[in-house]
Design a protein around this ligand. Structure first.
Ligand code: ADP
Ligand code: MG
Length: 727
């Protein structure tokens, strides 16, 4: 068996398994070995059913694993209540499970096979049973040898896909490990680094990950895999920083005398604003201007909560660039946002001599209009592109259309990217190509997603970071309340009242559920059952239409096309929709100032920073705004309450992001956003020391060997990632 062998060659796979492996992107034996468990089940304390029945320990909580069989529902004639009964069978014996007065549970158990029960036992001898136990669905059962009544150890649980079980991985990987020589595995991390940080070698890590003797080994193995991931990311970042610092960019000076743009200085421009910049905004402006004055292309990430005034910062630094006779491009993820930015820029630039263009799929505009100087006019795309190419339009705002073919800039000095759009090497390269001046522009990414520093260092490792952690003074805080399910009527009443006053509302549902839950084999995973119980957007729309027959209600969810989404958003921002029911897709910087009330259902299912982002949708208004966090259950548990209370008390999104990271891991922060990192790298991000170490080593390596000539393995891997272009 060789690492490069196809998995098919060694396992007799059926079609569904092949598909499942493909879906998990596992093709070779090496891929299989790198498919490390997502977690471990500690079965040290579990007991066989036979032993349980013999010993009859009724006071302690015990754990048993087994197959769930013979589930049925009966009506008890005495109490006229339902009882659901089933058996857990583990190969040694069987024991009864009983649920009282929860008839619906029978449906959710229909397709459940292997389970883990951790519960107290009720009754004695043959009549022993688990009463109302919590059960956990298992992908398979831990290996039980006949002679063995008590099993111990860590049982790996693998990420699976429809058609393949964790149990399959468990046995397949064991077989591979028996039949392979791991010596041929190449360690991509230089040995001196492995030694320095006391990491296991890759071959050791693989064995420890799949067949750990103890938790310490399993942990070391994970740490090693995580280090690899983070190191690769850092290496790419270091490579990019290195390339950048060696290239020649635009030198932006603050001296405006050469070009007449209406103000004699950047300060003069800022003084024309109807407000004073906050300290944070000022600091951000200063660091950006300082960066751009060096003549090396800047790459900076500006983070700030919704409403913290990032657009004002963008306008200010754009002015500085334009006053040097150089152009600015500002890219937004959606047309709606692009139009909003265009309108804001018009306000900031209204006493200047700067020409601003808007380029989107559905039309182009230019400000100021010749006929009406205070206004913008519609113009043709051809006309706009001509003006962009000859430099007479100095600021162009738009969507992705901006980096497509045919858009040529005369002298593009600054590219600003709004909201979560990772601006990679590719886009920078295409901008460079489209720049007739042939110089790389400065890059400024802006996001309202608060990202803790460790995470930013990892996923945006090549960027410098500026944080606006202060809100403009006098901003009203959103009144935030936690409500249990039985108080929803009060919230509906409040929504009705707000709409009557001319305002609009958001209702957020945790997930979309469309269609059948079961797969081809009729199997439903426990997770899907949970999802099915959640209110879907469609159900909620139906429900709300009954509650508010007089109002106009529409919906927005991830299954819609971009065009459909944009249309709905447009209708909502034009005020034609009173209540917008949405999944978390509404998160991305949509600004409808007239929306003053947001109801978030199943709030406990969202990460804290996600909730904060959602609440940010109603922060823009000049009216008092409200956020209701509704829980799925009738009562709110203490832990849920604590978590949700953090939203009420937190000073900024950063505080919440840090909390998410420490409480529930980086996956929480990610929400629906894909950052192109693996789960294990995300997990590693909790470990600032590791991130810093990886960053330091990567930088050292690149400084010593910029083209990785001495590290061909690494070089190859980075080339595969298609993020870096080695010349
Ligand atoms: P962001 O892009 O960070 O969400 P914006 O730049 O759109 O925030 O600003 C939100 C609102 O706050 C805008 O209406 C803007 O005019 C206003 N604003 C920005 N900076 C300040 C400030 N320093 N003082 C008062 N209002 C401000
Ligand atoms: Mg903004």
């Amino acid at each position: 068996m060789y690492l490069t062998d196809n998995i098919n060659e060694h396992f007799r796979l059926v079609g569904t398994q092949i598909k499942a492996l493909e879906k998990l992107e596992l093709f070779t034996i090496q891929d299989l070995l790198m498919h490390i468990p997502s977690r471990y089940e500690n079965i040290g304390s579990s007991v066989s059913v036979q032993k349980l029945l013999e010993d009859g320990i009724t006071d302690n909580i015990v754990t048993v694993y087994g197959e769930l069989v013979d589930v049925k529902k009966t009506l008890m004639w005495k109490t006229k209540k339902y009882m659901v009964e089933g058996w857990l069978k583990d190969g040694t014996a069987r024991i009864r499970l009983r649920w009282f007065n929860q008839p619906y549970i029978v449906d959710s158990l229909k397709y459940v096979k292997y389970i883990k029960v951790t519960s107290k036992i009720t009754g004695k001898g043959k009549n022993m049973y688990f009463a109302n136990p919590n059960i956990e669905q298992m992908p398979g059962l831990p290996e039980i040898k006949d002679s063995q009544t008590e099993h111990a150890g860590l049982y790996p649980i693998y990420k699976t896909s429809q058609g393949i079980t964790s149990r399959w991985f468990y046995y397949a990987i064991r077989k591979v490990l028996e039949g392979i020589n791991l010596e041929s595995l190449v360690d991509i991390i230089p040995i001196n680094i492995i030694k320095k940080y006391n990491l296991p070698t890759m071959s050791t890590a693989i064995v420890w990950a799949h067949i750990p003797e103890n938790e310490k080994d399993a942990y070391s193995a994970r740490k090693r895999f995580a280090f690899d991931e983070v190191f690769k990311l850092q290496l790419m970042a270091a490579k990019e920083r290195n390339l950048r610092s060696n290239s020649l960019g635009y030198k932006i000076s603050n001296d405006v005398t050469t070009f007449n743009v209406g103000y004699s200085s950047v300060e003069g421009f800022v003084e024309s604003f109807p407000f004073i910049l906050t300290k944070s905004q000022n600091k951000a402006v200063q660091s950006i201007l300082k960066d751009m004055s060096k003549g090396v292309p800047m790459s900076r990430l500006l983070e700030g909560d919704v409403g913290s005034g990032k657009t004002a910062v963008a306008a200010t630094v754009s002015f500085a660039v334009v006053s040097n006779g150089i152009q600015v491009v500002y890219m937004a993820p959606t047309e709606v946002l692009a139009k909003q930015l265009f309108d804001s820029f018009i306000k900031y630039f209204n006493n200047s001599y700067v020409n601003i263009g808007l380029l989107t799929g559905s039309g182009c505009k230019k400000y100021p209009s010749k006929a009406e100087p205070g206004k913008a006019t519609n113009i043709s795309k051809t006309q706009l592109l001509k003006w962009v190419a000859d430099g007479s339009v100095q600021v162009v705002i738009g969507t992705h259309a901006l980096i497509q073919k045919g858009v040529h800039f005369n002298k593009l000095g600054l590219a600003i990217i709004d909201e979560q759009h990772r601006f990679g090497t590719k886009q920078r390269a295409s901008l460079l190509k489209n720049n007739l001046d042939k110089k790389p522009p400065h890059l400024l990414s802006m996001t309202a997603t608060p990202i803790p520093r460790t995470l930013a260092l990892t996923i945006y490792g090549d960027l410098d970071l500026t944080i606006i952690d202060e809100m403009p003074r006098g901003r009203k805080r959103v009144i935030t309340k936690i409500v249990s399910k039985n108080k929803l009527n009060d919230v509906y009443q409040h929504i009705r009242q707000q709409v009557a006053e001319g305002r609009q509302a958001y209702v957020i549902c945790p997930r979309v559920y469309i269609g059948d839950l079961s797969d081809k084999n009729g199997v439903i995973s426990a997770q899907k059952i949970m999802m099915a119980r959640l209110k879907s957007v469609e159900n909620e729309v139906e429900n709300l239409r009954k509650i508010f027959p007089e109002l106009s209600i529409d919906m927005l969810h991830g299954k819609m096309s971009n065009k459909e989404k944009e249309d709905v958003m447009l209708e909502f921002s034009n005020g034609n929709v009173d209540i917008l029911v949405a999944t978390s897709v509404v998160e991305v910087g949509v600004n409808v100032p007239n929306a003053t009330i947001i109801l978030i259902e199943g709030a406990e299912r969202f990460g804290l920073s996600q909730l904060h982002q959602l609440r940010g949708r109603v922060i823009r208004s000049n009216y008092q705004s409200y956020c209701y966090l509704a829980t799925t259950n009738h009562t709110v548990s203490d832990t849920t309450k604590d978590r949700l209370t953090a939203i009420i008390n937190a000073k900024s999104g950063f505080e919440l992001a840090e909390m998410d990271l420490s409480l529930r891991g980086a996956g929480e922060l990610r929400g629906d956003t894909q950052w192109g990192t693996s789960d294990i790298a995300m997990e590693a991000i909790k470990n600032i020391k590791m991130v810093e170490a990886a960053r330091e080593e990567a930088q050292r390596l690149i400084t010593e060997d910029p083209d990785l000539k001495k590290h061909s393995n690494l070089r190859e891997i980075l080339l595969c990632q298609d993020r870096i272009h080695f010349e």
